[in-house]
Design a protein around this ligand. Structure first.
Ligand SMILES: Nc1ncnc2c1ncn2[C@@H]1O[C@H](COP(=O)(O)OP(=O)(O)O)[C@@H](O)[C@H]1O
Ligand SMILES: [Mg+2]
Length: 343
């Protein structure tokens, strides 16, 4: 296989705040949490992705874990570059000596010019010869299978780790766009706060995230709710480890405030949408993607507030990387969707 890839190697990368995915030859070859572990004494990256995540919140004074992307922006440039390099190097089939490496990277739409340059620099470090950047809502729309070039409006909501991006797309452009920092990470923090307040229980980020995934819900009146689960943490009063039981209603209550913020932004985007596009959206409904789309009952909740049909994309955690892969494969057709740097 390596032989056939001798001259060009093409990679599509979804650089997410929570997860980074890479597609090569139409296959997802990397799907890892966006995190690195750094040895502070040697100032060296010791692990990336899942391995680094296993160390998260369990580190000591010579070791720290960093999530280089936070709130949809690159919070730590050096760590971001190290992570991108580390993840690309995970691809086993990397005979890159004589290859022409072409990369399309999907970036959060709130990224600044300086941050963009940092992403381009990371691509330089892995010897990319051609690098393109594509904005997340566009990649998400492509990945969902929408015709982004049509003179027709589509409303896409991508709820990732750091940001929720709400965009109306038509004629290959983003017509109206809102990016808010209320997304998966904040939902997780909401659960930590709720357990503190309601049960005097202090839990870590990973426990809270697991609870969100296992019994998470956006509404209390869920049809077919999951069974309650037990969560472990530290009793805030006694300081002793403790276990309690929680269910989907707890999570719905914990997330209510944040979900209201998401609703407000969706309503704002609908309000700012030109009327001809509104009528398209009325007919076509709303598409939900990103890991947050997996929250039970979120489609129902958004449908109740907007009175529109809400559809969860197939495999929402991978829609963006699939769309980025499509942009890569058809880079001449979709060139206007991307920023390019040639070396
Ligand atoms: N089943 C689920 N229910 C609710 N949230 C989920 C579920 N699965 C993943 N998530 C959340 O989705 C977010 C990651 O989504 P992703 O689209 O990969 O984000 P990003 O694009 O920012 O990397 C995380 O906050 C994660 O906790
Ligand atoms: Mg994403």
């Amino acid at each position: 296989m390596a032989f056939f890839n001798f001259f060009t190697q093409e990679l599509a990368i979804d650089l997410g705040t929570a997860n980074t995915l890479i597609i090569q030859d139409n296959k997802v070859v990397v799907e890892e949490p966006s995190i690195v572990a750094i040895d502070l004494k040697k100032n060296e990256v010791v692990a990336v992705g899942t391995k680094a995540m296993q160390m998260h919140e369990k580190t000591h004074k010579n070791l720290k874990t960093v999530r280089p992307l936070k709130d949809g922006v690159i919070a730590d440039f050096q760590a971001a570059e190290a992570m991108i390099e580390g993840l690309i190097n995970m691809i086993s089939d990397k005979k890159r000596f004589f290859t022409h490496l072409k990369i399309v990277i999907c970036i959060p739409s709130g990224i600044t010019e300086v941050e963009k340059r940092a992403v381009f620099d990371s691509a330089d470090h892995v010897d990319a010869k051609e690098t393109y950047l594509i904005y997340e809502p566009m990649a998400a729309a492509l990945g969902i299978g929408l015709d982004v070039e049509a003179p027709e409006g589509n409303l896409v909501i991508d709820i990732g780790g750091g940001t929720t991006e709400i965009a109306v797309i038509a004629l290959s452009g983003i017509v109206v766009d809102q990016s808010i920092r209320t997304a998966g990470d904040e939902f997780t923090t909401d659960i930590i706060d709720y357990l503190k307040k309601e049960y005097n229980l202090l839990v870590g980020e990973r426990t809270a995230e697991e609870a969100k995934i296992r019994v998470g819900s956006a509404i209390e009146d869920l049809v077919n709710p999951p069974d309650a689960i037990s969560v472990n943490g530290r009793d805030l009063v006694t300081g002793i480890p403790k276990q309690i039981e929680i269910n989907h209603k707890d999570i719905a209550k914990a997330l209510d405030n944040s979900l209201r913020k998401v609703e407000e932004s969706v309503l704002k985007v609908l309000e700012d949408t030109p009327p001809e596009l509104s009528s398209d959206i009325y007919r076509r409904g709303i598409y939900l993607t990103g890991g947050g789309a997996l929250l039970r009952g979120l489609d129902v909740r958004l449908s109740r507030i907007t009175k529109l049909n809400v559809q969860v994309a197939e495999d929402p955690l991978r829609a963006v990387v699939r769309g980025t892969g499509m942009a890569l494969k058809n880079s001449s057709r979709y060139s206007f969707l991307m920023d390019r740097k040639n070396i």
